[in-house]
Design a binder for this molecule. Structure first.
Ligand code: NAD
Ligand code: UDP
Ligand code: UDP
Length: 308
């Protein structure tokens, strides 16, 4: 079962698990995901699509749960912040209750946001983070932190088999063109010849992971021996400033877009780069697709998407 299976990452994971011969139950309330993301899988007898909101209980029989349900981009998770916290917290309780009853392994899509605006760089899993509990990003950050707490308490108290991954900025085909995340925003703006909107002076950094690398990490973590719980960082440690990203996209797409500088949203982390030593040592995992190649693939996708 994949909650949030009709989202950007969930649709790639659905595809991967089906290709490996699994039955996939895709659960989604279509808050930020779409049926279009999985329309090519509907009709496959091993794929089921169920409309359901994980803040409500769910009784199904499954043996592995990937809990991805949660809007991931700031504009989506800030649209209804109370629902965002509910999705992370009530959603985790329900899915952990389901895992406890069915004895399923359960995987949590956590986030680099648990580190907040970090004063340790790069971020390793032992770092506890610096998160504002009352800001506009808190519904997401604190919801995800509380979900991690629930996962570890179900592990200690109820012996549920957990796998917690902390995902760093990931991009690729099937990102929502209007979801506001930086890679999709810049590519879509460049392809349309619109201004490229840099928030702040563009000196803040992010490290961008291509979706296929991330999904490989997910599958390896889920298959790891019981007792490998994480939390484990998955991301690409190559770090870029947002201005460098804008310039790279513009150089690839060409056209007449200009770089414009807009106000920086509050609590926007200044830097972010994963330490992936743990993933390398535990899962024998490391990213293979660098930004240059990943941007080409993503630009190709959006070019066709915008034409259609
Ligand atoms: P997404 O918004 O495309 O996918 C999230 C999916 O969850 C959507 O299909 C949405 O409709 C669904 N959903 C939201 N609330 C729900 C609810 N209450 N019940 C059922 N379904 C619900 O985002 P994504 O990038 O695919 O992210 C997937 C997961 O990975 C999220 O949990 C996100 O926090 C995490 N994550 C993603 C990134 C990234 O860079 N893409 C980084 C860190 C963490
Ligand atoms: N739950 C669920 N599906 C299941 C089992 C439980 O959705 O198959 C929900 C249930 O509604 C409960 C939550 O998961 O609110 C936590 O379950 P747990 O058994 O841990 O707690 P309890 O039911 O004892 O409160
Ligand atoms: N950003 C930007 N222009 C945009 C969208 C985002 O400059 O059109 C910046 C944003 O302020 C942040 C970085 O890019 O510093 C990454 O933003 P995103 O929302 O993709 O991810 P997150 O902040 O959650 O890492």
């Amino acid at each position: 079962m994949i909650t949030g299976g009709a989202g950007f990452l969930g649709s790639h994971l659905s595809e991967r698990l089906l290709n490996e011969g699994n039955d996939v139950l895709c659960v989604d309330n279509f808050y930020s995901g779409t049926k279009d993301n999985v329309s090519h899988l509907v009709g496959n007898p091993h794929f089921e699509l169920m409309r359901h909101d994980v803040t409500f209980p769910l009784y199904v029989e499954v043996d592995e749960i990937y809990n991805l349900a949660c809007p991931a981009s700031p504009i989506h998770y800030q649209r209804d912040p109370v629902q965002t916290t509910k999705t992370s917290v009530h959603g985790a309780i329900n899915m952990l209750g389901l895992a406890k009853r069915t004895k399923a392994r359960i995987f949590q899509a956590s986030t680099s946001e648990v580190y907040g605006d970090p004063e340790v760089h790069p971020q390793e899993e032992s770092y506890w983070g610096r998160v504002n509990p009352i800001g506009i990003r808190s519904c997401y950050d604190e919801g995800k932190r509380c979900a991690e707490t629930l996962f570890f308490d179900y592990y200690r108290q109820h012996k549920v088999e957990i796998k917690v991954v902390r995902i760093f900025n990931t991009y690729g085909p099937r990102m929502h063109p209007n979801d506001g995340r930086v890679v999709s925003n810049f590519i879509v703006q460049a392809l349309r010849g619109e201004d490229i909107t840099i928030y702040g002076d563009g000196s803040q950094t992010r490290s961008f992971c291509y979706v296929d690398d991330l999904i490989e990490g997910f599958v390896r973590l889920m298959a790891s021996p019981a007792g490998v719980t994480g939390p484990i960082n998955i991301g690409n440690p190559n770090e870029f400033t947002i201005k460098e990203l804008a310039e790279a996209v513009l150089a690839k797409v060409g056209g007449k877009s200009r770089l414009v500088f807009n106000p920086l949203p509050s609590d926007d982390p200044k830097q972010r780069r994963p330490d992936v030593t743990l993933a390398k040592n535990t899962l024998d995992w490391q990213p293979r697709v660098q930004l240059d190649e990943g941007l080409d693939k993503t630009i190709h996708y959006f070019r066709n998407f915008l034409k259609a």
